[in-house]
Design a protein around this ligand. Structure first.
Ligand code: F0G
Length: 356
């Protein structure tokens, strides 16, 4: 069941809202006992890579597209670091409307670019960063021509739909976590999760809301430094954003929940990506691993309370960006298979650890 049906009582869905559905949501909350034991906590990953377009964006996109159709819009437009464009293009394809996506040229993971092209969107590579692409997309939508619906997270329905992630976490755990750890780029998702937890608290479904812990890449950390970052740079291209549109909402979420923003380096992100895969069995994209990198760091600094329950949002699938993952493996010399001839002797040498 997609999120519009699963949560129809809590979402602004009316009888005239078209039934858009790619069976998004209902993603697994995966226990990570080995990784958690190393950190002294009970750790879970909400694996959003299981969504139809491979990221959390589908939860909000389904509602944004349904409402755009309800309002008579005729096409979609967005700027994206990759995942929003893949999601928008997927829903546009499923309902049969044109989709225009603006990407920072050369800075989008190959899997995401391939998705947008395959779903049939018009893909426009802007020679500029994401923040500039967003301004261009916004201006095009605001000009009112062509009945364009802007489906970035400035679209309020996106953030409303993304609340469903928090609701699913509460349902899976039977309570809210103590800490909710989440990567922060344009700052929409942390705001959406916080709104979701608050709503469940108001409805009496949870006793208390978690501390919201936001993690940014050190080269693109405007919420940590407190000022926009004109030239954001990080291997976690999904969160390569210098001037987040929902910064005010994200700050409020962290403040109200008693949480924090922290920055992690690219190296820490890639280490965390390998840790999650090799000790958790979950392959998530680099941006999704910023929270784990942050938890590792907080543990080292003695700032991670023993025994607490922590959920991390693993926002996107690792398969979207194999190049970056492999670059992270290079140091350990494990970025390539061990090639052998076709003899039993050669295989035996590998199995016995005499090669490799
Ligand atoms: N993780 C992934 C995998 C993302 O794609 C994004 C954002 C984030 C985290 C950060 O979420 O922006 O709500 O704070 N990606 C956007 C995009 C910007 O265009 O796909 P946020």
């Amino acid at each position: 069941m997609g999120v519009l049906r699963r949560y129809k009582e809590l979402l602004p869905v009316t009888p005239s809202t078209p039934d858009v559905n790619l069976e998004e949501g209902s993603t697994p909350l995966i226990p990570l006992p080995r990784v958690g034991a190393g950190l002294g906590i009970r750790l879970y990953g909400k694996f959003e890579g299981c969504n139809p377009s491979g990221s959390f964006k589908d939860r909000g996109m389904v509602l944004a597209v349904a409402k755009a159709l309800e309002e008579g819009k005729r096409a979609l437009i967005c700027a994206s670091t990759g995942n929003t464009s893949a999601s928008a293009a997927a829903y546009a394809a499923s309902v049969g409307v044109p989709c225009f996506v603006l990407l920072p040229a050369g800075k989008v993971a190959m899997g995401k670019l391939t998705q947008a092209l395959m779903y049939g969107a018009t893909v426009i590579a802007v020679r500029g960063n994401f923040d500039r692409a967003l301004e261009l997309a916004r201006a095009a939508a605001e000009s009112g021509t062509m009945g364009l619906a802007m489906v970035n997270s400035v679209n309020p329905y996106r953030l409303i739909g993304q609340r469903t992630g928090a609701w699913e976490v509460c349902e899976a755990l039977g309570r809210a976590p103590d800490w909710h750890a989440i990567p922060v780029g344009n700052a929409g998702n942390i705001s959406a999760y916080w709104a979701g937890y608050q709503e469940y608290h108001r409805l009496g479904k949870i006793e208390k809301a978690p501390r919201m812990m936001g993690f940014q890449a050190a080269g693109a950390a405007p919420l940590v430094t407190g000022k926009p970052c004109p030239n954001p740079e990080t291997v976690a291209t999904a969160i390569r954003i210098g001037n987040p549109v929902s910064a005010h909402l994200a700050r409020a979420a962290v403040q109200e929940s008693g949480g924090e923003f922290n920055a992690v380096t690219d190296e820490e992100i890639l280490n965390a990506q390998r840790l999650l895969a090799s000790e958790g069995g979950v392959f998530a994209e680099p941006a999704s691993c910023a929270p784990l990198a942050g938890l590792v760091k907080l543990r080292e600094q003695g700032k991670l309370p023993e025994g607490i329950t922590v959920t991390m949002v693993l926002t996107g699938n690792g398969l979207k960006d194999p190049d970056t993952a492999l670059s992270g493996l290079e140091k350990s010399g494990r970025a390539k298979p061990i090639e052998i001839g076709d003899t039993e002797e050669e295989l035996k040498r590998v199995l016995e650890g005499r090669r490799g």
